[in-house]
Structures are given as C-alpha cells and as structure tokens.
Ligand binder design. Structure first.
Ligand code: AP5
Ligand code: MG
Length: 218
C-alpha cells in the first residue's frame, strides 16, 4: 500500500506515520527528515535545501522530486511506503503519479490530518526531536522519560531551527497557499481521507486505522 500523509506543519504527520509504520511494517519516508539528514552529511543537496527550510519556504520541486523518487525506488518500498511531507505542491503530486504509472504502481490513500491553527503553533513550540532516530516528543503531551534523552535509542533531543515562532508563521502560510490545493487533487481521485487531528495521539491513530480499513466510496 502506498499512502500519502498530508497536514500542516505540526499536524502530526511524522508522529502518525511512525505509528502506522509499526502497525503495517511499511517504511516511513519523510521528505523533511531526508533533507535534514542530507544537511548533517554536509551534501550539496542538504546545504541547498537549508537555505529554503530556514525561511520556512519549500525546497524547489526539481530537487525534492528527484530525491523522493530515488528513495521510493529502493527495494524496501517495493510493496508500499508511507510518504510524509511529500507531495506538497501540485507539480509534485503530478510527478509522483506519472512516475508511479511508469512503474505500474498507484497511490492508494491520501490521509489529511486536520488540526486548528492555534493547536499547530502549540505543538511546534513544545516539540523536541531525537537527533539519531528522529522520534518526536512534546514537553507537555508526550515528554521523554529522561529530559533531553530519546526513550527509544538514548539519542540527544533537540529543537528544530524552523520551529521558531516567525518561521512557523511562514511555514503555515506556505502550507495554506501551496499544499492545500493538493487536497482537491486527491479528492477528485477518490483517495482523500480527512481525519480529526485534534485528538490525543492514540485517538488520531485510531481514526486513521479505522478509516484505512473502511472501503472508499467512489
Ligand atoms: P517537514 O519536516 O516535513 O516539516 P512540516 O511539514 O513543517 O511538518 P512537521 O514535521 O513540522 O510536523 P508534523 O506534521 O510531522 O508533526 P509531528 O508529528 O512532528 O518539512 C520541513 C521543511 O522541509 C519544509 O518547511 C520545507 O522547507 C522542506 N520540505 C519538506 N518536504 C518538502 C517538499 N515535499 N517540498 C518542498 N520542500 C519540502 O508533531 C508535532 C508536535 O506535536 C510533536 O511534538 C508531537 O509530539 C506533537 N503531537 C503530534 N500529534 C499530537 C496530538 N495528537 N496531540 C498532541 N500533540 C501531538
Ligand atoms: Mg514531520
């Protein structure tokens, strides 16, 4: 199964994709994580992406599309994957469909996690991430057992530089202008599932899993 996770910054795409990955065994592919890993390695692609990420802007489509297509062509994605943060422009969604058509694959579902804007800001300002395994924590709703340390791997926790208040506002603006149109794109293909993301983490996961089990009305 190929699933696209859609949602504003802080909606819980990464958190829910991790849960779904554990439930389904599908690999979790997060475009933002791939850019941050490229930056840690100091690659040209990572350094170029950073200039956009720091401003809360989208990385140009040609860089993003080729990075993701290369990743989904890996053997671990042969039976499916969970795409988190990609696509987020119409040209990206169209390029993904064209590439999948050539490979005899198809996107099965696009899950939109809907969360009110004031809640998004609260979530991003309290988020801490593991530098080694990218697990996401929140100071109030899902704190780590030991402050500053990842429960899963013991890695160091850090705050993302684009979670600063001003950059969050820019990311939200970009989401509403450039990514929201994709909802309609998947709705027209009868693939869109909208879930209430304003529940606790397990509550949202329950909504997603039952929506995936229900037949889609075409
Ligand atoms: P990316 O890394 O994808 O960031 P984003 O879309 O802004 O989303 P986030 O990762 O911030 O939020 P999330 O939805 O994953 O939430 P999370 O689960 O962590 O992209 C970063 C940048 O990379 C972009 O700005 C762009 O520059 C570039 N980029 C990436 N993809 C691109 C593309 N396709 N094209 C072009 N450029 C691209 O949860 C957030 C917090 O809330 C956590 O603390 C979590 O613990 C907490 N939380 C989660 N769920 C709940 C809940 N139900 N209740 C309470 N707390 C919750
Ligand atoms: Mg994320």
């Amino acid at each position: 199964m190929y699933i696209v996770m859609l949602g504003a910054p802080g909606a819980g795409k990464g958190t829910q994709a991790e849960i779904l990955a554990r439930e389904t065994g599908l690999p979790h592919i997060a475009s933002g994580d791939l850019f941050r890993q490229a930056l840690e390695r100091g690659t040209e692609e990572g350094l170029r992406a950073k200039t956009y990420m720091d401003k809360g802007e989208l990385v140009p489509d040609e860089i993003t599309i080729s990075m993701i297509l290369q990743r989904v062509d890996s053997p671990d994605c042969a039976e499916g994957c969970l795409l988190d943060g990609f696509p987020r422009t119409l040209p990206q969604a169209e390029a993904l469909d064209r590439a999948f058509e050539q490979r005899g694959k198809d996107i099965d579902r696009a899950i939109y996690i809907q969360v009110p804007e004031e809640e998004l800001v609260k979530r991003l300002s309290g988020r801490w991430l593991c530098r080694s395994c990218q697990t996401s924590y929140h100071v109030i709703t899902s704190p780590p057992e030991t402050p500053g340390k990842c429960d899963k791997c013991g890695g160091e926790l850090y705050q993302r530089s684009d979670d600063k208040k001003e950059t969050v506002q820019d990311r939200l603006r970009v989401f509403f202008a450039q990514t929201m149109p994709i909802l309609d794109y998947y709705k027209k293909q009868s693939k869109l599932i909208t879930v209430n993301g304003n529940l606790d983490i397990q509550g949202v996961a329950g909504e997603i899993i039952s929506a995936l089990q229900a037949p889609m009305s075409r």
